[in-house]
Design a protein around this ligand. Structure first.
Ligand SMILES: Cc1cc2nc3c(=O)[nH]c(=O)nc-3n(C[C@H](O)[C@H](O)[C@H](O)COP(=O)(O)O)c2cc1C
Length: 385
């Protein structure tokens, strides 16, 4: 026998360092009643043929009932289904008592609200120590695009966040999906105009950068995807034209004086009328962007330093008026992608590396952006947001 240099606690501890998703393996028992158990050992196995697998403990009392069924359904739990996870990890007699489900094509249970399900034929069972390895051949599968999966790590439950985001970013998911839909248009714009193109939107109290395409030859980037900027004027100004009135009013309430507020109100109206907004490069803006990037602030208002607040307050009003601003000073142009009910899905923004040659170039950028935004918009459904 191999001498082990670790005990079972250490084994569990080390392997617990590897996070997993959480699934309910469900089937109909021989009596026609649904049975199921929670597993973290689910994995995709093969694409051709399409195989998946999971590993039940030989000590499990549910597994023999599942094994009696020729099919099973893998239910990938959503982040809000911790209770379902607990129920199916318990030894309750009827785990389905309070869990709504419907039959997949095989008849195996698909639990309501799951992030995805994979309906399988039981293909093979392999011996593996105190567990078995079950291979299923996939018959049918589906996922809920707006659901985030439940994760299990070190005995606790949580949700997914990319490294640029925080756990609270589940609210970004729909916006990210739309930004994904804009991806090929953004790539095309970036190469046509030799510029950086970003997709951003207002989520809660912040402007969030959702996606980016292209970068400058000098390697500088607008900012990091996933980054949030506070809705403190002039931050967020280019998106205000397509925000609902309460968001615009809350934003305007943060403007220092009534005079400035009047100017902003007028510019927001102009942006809405002409269907795009612009930003003029200023040293203040460049400095602030650099600060935010370097400090990697979550950029919510509370996270701003006193110095940054002061700089924000002193930012000259230099957004929005392309008729007054010479084309050469315009560095950023934004157009909205709206759903058919008029809500802003994302704004596509173009950041130019060099000063614009003149009004004709501005015109051609705006036209290309609007056309791209339209093509993205027609792929969207109001239910997307
Ligand atoms: C997050 C999580 C992951 C689990 N993963 C597995 C697994 O991969 N294999 C397994 O046999 N049991 C796993 N379990 C334990 C079973 O869900 C559960 O204890 C068992 O099905 C209930 O006991 P019974 O099968 O005797 O009814 C897991 C439990 C939890 C909470």
């Amino acid at each position: 026998m191999t001498r082990m240099t670790f005990d079972s606690n250490q084994f569990r501890q080390v392997l617990g360092q590897y996070p997993t998703g959480v699934c309910i393996i469900a089937a109909l028992g021989t009596d026609g009643k649904p049975v199921g158990m929670t597993v973290g050992s689910f994995s995709s196995v093969s694409l051709d043929p399409p195989l998946v697998g999971f590993m039940p403990a030989k000590s499990s009392t549910t597994w023999p009932k599942l094994r009696d069924s020729p099919t099973f359904c893998v239910n990938v739990l959503s982040v809000d289904q911790v209770e379902v996870c607990r129920t199916f990890a318990s030894k309750a007699a009827d785990k389905f008592q309070e869990v709504p489900w419907r039959p997949a094509s095989s008849g195996s249970p698909v639990i309501e609200g799951v992030a995805a399900y994979i309906d399988c034929d039981l293909a093979e069972v392999l011996d593996a120590g105190d567990h078995e390895i079950v291979i299923g051949r996939v018959r049918e599968l589906e996922f809920a695009a707006s659901a985030m999966p439940l994760l299990f790590f070190r005995g606790g439950y949580g949700g997914f966040a990319t490294s640029a985001m925080t756990a609270s970013d589940v609210d970004l998911f729909d916006h990210l999906r739309i930004a994904d839909a804009a991806r090929s248009e953004m790539d095309a714009l970036a190469s046509r105009f030799d510029c950086q193109v970003v997709a951003s939107s207002v989520v809660g109290e912040a402007v969030v950068l959702l996606a980016s395409a292209g970068e400058f030859a000098d390697g500088t980037s607008w900012s990091t995807v996933g980054q949030r900027f506070p809705l403190v004027p002039p931050m967020g100004a280019p998106l205000m034209a397509w925000q609902p009135p309460p968001t615009v009013e809350a934003w305007l309430a943060r403007v220092k004086t009534d005079d400035e507020r009047r100017v902003w109100r007028e510019r927001i109206r102009e942006d809405r009328d002409r269907g795009y907004s612009v930003m003029v490069e200023s040293t203040h803006l460049a400095w602030f962007t650099e600060q935010i990037n370097r400090r990697e602030l979550s950029a919510m208002i509370s996270a701003l330093t006193a110095e940054q607040r002061r700089a924000l307050a002193e930012l000259p009003v230099k957004h929005g008026d392309s008729t007054a601003a010479p084309a050469g000073s315009i560095r950023r142009i934004f157009v909205p992608v709206t759903t058919s009910d008029g809500a802003l899905a994302v704004a596509i923004g173009l950041r130019l590396a060099r000063p614009m040659a003149g009004p004709e170039q501005l015109e051609s950028c705006v036209t290309a952006l609007k056309e791209a935004a339209l093509r993205v918009a027609i792929t969207l459904d109001p239910a997307d947001l």
